[in-house]
Every structure is written in C-alpha cells, then in structure tokens.
Design a binder for this molecule. Structure first.
Ligand SMILES: [Zn+2]
Length: 302
C-alpha cells in the first residue's frame, strides 16, 4: 500500500527523458506528426540531359542520388535521347544501385525543338527510328516529355500523328500541357495512356483535374511543380488529399531534373515527397510513391 502510493505520486519521474520529451512536443505542437513515407520511390519524371552528364553529374553521381533516396525506378527521358541510352546501357551500375530504367523517347534534340515539334516531320521520323531501335534496357515504353505552351498546337499535324503512333504501339505519353490540351490530345487517340506532367503547372483548379480524371480513366497525374499541392509544413492541402484518396491509382511523383540545379536539390525533392506521402494512409502512399509506376511499367513489381 505504501509502495503503490509512492509510485502514484511520483510516476512521471519513472518515464525516461525521451518519453517526457515526446509528451512535451505533442503538447506544444498540438498533434502527433505522421511519420514520413519510408518505402521505395518511382521517379516518374526524370531527365538526364547533356548538361548533366557532360557536366557535374556523371552516371555514378546520379545513381548515388537515386540510391540514397530509395528511388528504385526512373521514367527516363533526356535531351537528347543519349542520356536515357547511357542509363539504359549501364546495366551493371543501375542494377548495383537497385534502379530500374524505364526509357521514354524524348522529342527534343535541342532547345529549339521545344517550340516546333508538333509540326516538325523530322521529329516524327526520329521517334519512329528510336522506337524501332529500342534500348539496352528493353523497348521504349513511352513518348515525351513534350510541351505545349499554346494548347491549340495539340492539333498540329505531328502532335496528332505522335498520339496515334503511341496508341498503336501501346506507348504512354508524358505531356506538359494545360487542361484544354488534355481533351485535344486524347481526342486524337482515346486509348492512349497519358501522364499529365505536373498535373496542371499553371494551377488548373483541382475541381477541373477531378473532372478530367473522371472523364479519362487512362489519365495519370505526375505531381512535380504542381502549385497548391502542399500547405502548412509541407503537408498535402486538403483538396489534394481528398482527390488522391478518391483516385489512389492515378498519381505519380517525379523529380523533373530539367536543369542541373534540380539534381543538386534531388535529396530535398524526394524528402519533400516522403513528407506529404506520410500524410496519406500507408497503402495510398505506397501506390503514389511506388506502386502506380511499377504497375504501369514494371511487370511483376507492383
Ligand atoms: Zn520535365
């Protein structure tokens, strides 16, 4: 009796200092923080451009960045395609780093092609040649990333032919476009898997994203640079969280290493994804972080 009374009176002193610190933190932050997502990541928007591999980011550097961030697969598309081929050919190094390479055909040989590809027949020829050739990591799985700064150019003759070429050959398309161009591109080839790079980089309202997701079951949203995605402390904004819970199989994450600065930020970018993925139920976080990309491109590794 005497002993029980003693412990009842002094029980907080029996907790170790870490437990006391945790209680203090919960008291001052007001809630328990969800743990960051710690599973594998599928980087579904990766460029390995000439200025990276010729400059400060040779193959061992980029593979080390992927490996230390738990990135186990990359959707590679590079200007020019040589960067993707270098990744595809380095089988021994990519396997040692635990990284699967999913090659896409980039439409751009140089920066001038950004503004003209949708009407340039030589690009259509180049895509056909590349596709026929394939890569050391297997056949190309998609086309892109391509950009349309004016959505009307989705009706350009080569844009239309490329969409139909993708549909015929079961290639996915990675498109940096606005919401209007989604409708136009899919009208050319309704069966094509379209990965919407950035899911509306200009800030397409979430309601409009939801409408397109409902209309096109083959539409998938990649989330780099998406404005309004995260709110306080890097956590998902509520309307995005709700959309992901509604469509857990329809989103991907990506680094978009379009300039070398993005390679230097690679750790922070992946950590940022891990933070908001941790705000989702574990099965949804796993799908968006890894499983959706794996289901699309890595047979047998969902
Ligand atoms: Zn990009």
């Amino acid at each position: 009796m005497r002993t029980r009374h003693f412990f009842r009176r002094f029980w907080p002193l029996t907790l170790n200092p870490w437990a006391l610190a945790a209680i203090f933190l919960i008291a001052i932050t007001g809630r328990v923080q969800a743990a960051d997502y710690s599973g594998p990541l599928f980087d579904a928007h990766l460029h390995y451009n000439v200025e990276a591999w010729e400059g400060p980011h040779p193959l061992p550097d980029v593979l080390a960045r992927m490996q230390r961030n738990g990135v186990q697969a990359v959707l590679a598309n590079s200007r020019p395609n040589d960067g993707t081929k270098a990744l595809a050919e380095a089988r021994e190094q990519t396997q040692a780093a635990g990284v699967a390479v999913v090659p896409f055909i980039r439409l751009y040989r140089n920066r001038a092609d950004y503004d003209n590809w949708f009407r340039d027949e030589t690009i259509f020829t180049m895509v056909q040649t590349e596709f026929a050739r394939g890569t050391a990591a297997g056949p190309y799985r998609g086309i892109g990333e391509f950009h349309l700064y004016d959505s009307a150019n989705a009706n350009g003759p080569v844009a239309k032919k490329l969409m139909q070429f993708a549909q015929k050959n079961q290639l996915a398309v990675l498109a940096h476009v606005d919401d209007r161009a989604i409708d136009l591109l899919l009208a050319h080839a309704p069966g094509t898997r379209l990965i919407w790079a950035h899911t509306g980089i200009g800030g397409t309202p979430v309601a409009r994203v939801a409408e397109l997701m409902a209309r096109y079951p083959q539409l998938v949203g990649e989330l780099s640079y998406r404005p309004g995605l995260t709110c306080e402390a890097g956590k998902l904004c509520p309307e995005w969280r709700a959309l992901m819970l509604k469509h857990p199989t329809r989103f991907l994450i990506g680094s978009d290493t379009w300039v070398n600065q993005r390679w230097t930020q690679y750790d922070d970018l992946m950590q940022g994804y891990r933070r908001w993925l941790g705000d989702l139920p574990a099965d949804v976080a796993q799908r968006i972080g890894w499983g959706n990309g794996a289901a699309l491109f890595l047979s047998g590794k969902p």
